[in-house]
Design a binder for this molecule. Sequence first.
Ligand code: FES
Length: 84
Amino acid sequence: MKIKVCIGSSCHLKGSRIVIQTFQNQIEKHNLQDVIQMSGQFCMKNCQNGVCIMIDDKAFSVNPAEADSFFEKEIITRVKVCND
Ligand code: FES
């Protein structure tokens, strides 16, 4: 699974660094280093929403304060589906 987090200026101001840090902590906590590849990406042309991320080819907006619950809800469940 590939996760791209926008590090363009608008998303940076909205807290993309916090989202990246939170996701990295979650990846370590759940031991998903081999399953998830995370990278930064410049502006995804969706600046008006929260921090823009792509999970494989699907776009989402993440509020940094909710990055933990987003990871559990949207990413952990997808990883489980992929591994079944
Ligand atoms: S800066 Fe992130 S979508 Fe534009």
